[in-house]
Design a protein around this ligand. Structure first.
Ligand SMILES: [Mn+2]
Length: 302
């Protein structure tokens, strides 16, 4: 059986508040490893990418909202995910804030590119993460990873592994959107990415939305990467995130979507990001995150 390689990326310099750096620890303490092992997977623990302590950073490393340090961590992470794919494994990246997706997806995209293949991505998020330095209201880099992977924004982020864009807009699908900045909305429309908002889920149901998402991310691609920002979820069930946003995806809807992705047998890789244990209530978010991972990796109720 294919193995799953866990890679921690305890980075929170991309976010507006601290705490996502504790995500990998919280997910491990919530028994992620044994929960997936129980499903029959061979598990490999690769440990964490080293992330420096904020107070040790030189002034130049703190420029542009920690851009130099985020680029360095993402570059190291890209090597790790690339190596996982080469070993025939499924990399499972534990964030960290969502800027780590620049690293994980750059490595995975590079792996497929070398084989002349493309990667599709289903990106679960309350936000589109489609800001660029020119349009971002905050400058926070965890609001920019999707744009960076399409080739827009800081060169340090768009040129990891190679100067080419790591994703094509027609292979990128967002699910769960409900909080976009004004210029970001326009940019989403310009680039031609597919956006399924909470309104789409409410009107059509998650079953229909996920079928469309799989057709788009899986059409003409060799694999589907799932980037799961836990703030896509409703904070009633998932309070432990850095940027809570009301009116999100409920646990039962997320399970429907993730089970359907597993059934495609095209799952390439997985980011589980933005768990912030400081914001959590009775560890319920960490537990639910592990349950969602179990469903993506094939847990069946019956
Ligand atoms: Mn995000």
């Amino acid at each position: 059986m294919t193995s799953i390689e866990i890679i921690g990326a305890p980075l929170d310099f991309g976010a507006n508040i601290r705490g996502a750096s504790l995500g990998p620890s919280a997910l491990r303490l919530a028994h992620l490893y044994s929960a997936l092992q129980a499903l029959g997977w061979d598990m490999v623990e690769r440990g964490d990418i080293p992330v420096p302590i904020k107070e040790t950073l030189a002034q130049e490393q703190q420029e542009k909202k920690y851009l130099p340090i985020i680029a360095e961590v993402c570059s190291q992470l890209a090597v790790k995910t690339y190596q996982s794919k080469q070993a025939g494994a499924i990399p499972l990246v534990l964030g960290g804030d969502h800027s780590v997706a620049i690293g994980s997806i750059s490595g995975i995209s590079h792996y497929y590119h070398e084989k002349g293949q493309a990667l599709g991505v289903i990106w679960f998020d309350a936000h589109a993460d489609m800001n660029t330095p020119a349009i971002s209201p905050t400058g926070n880099i965890h609001g920019m990873p999707a744009a960076a992977l399409l080739g827009y924004g800081y060169r340090e982020l768009t040129h990891i592994y190679s100067p080419r864009p790591k994703l094509q807009a027609q292979h990128l699908v967002f699910i769960g959107l409900r909080d976009l900045d004004a210029a970001e909305k326009a940019f989403c429309r310009e680039t031609g990415v597919t956006c399924f908002t909470m309104r789409d889920i409410e009107r059509r149901g998650m079953e229909a939305v996920i079928e469309d998402a799989i057709a788009i991310a899986g059409g003409g691609t060799a694999g589907i990467h799932v980037s799961l920002d836990l703030d896509c979820m409703d904070p009633v069930e998932m309070p432990g995130v850095s940027t809570r946003c009301n009116g999100g995806i409920r646990a039962r809807e997320a399970h429907i979507a993730l089970a359907r992705i597993f059934a495609t047998k095209k799952l390439s890789s997985f980011d589980l990001v933005e768990l912030n244990p400081f914001q959590d209530v009775n560890q319920q978010s960490g537990r639910l995150a592990v349950e969602l991972a179990q469903t993506l990796f094939g847990y069946q109720i019956l």
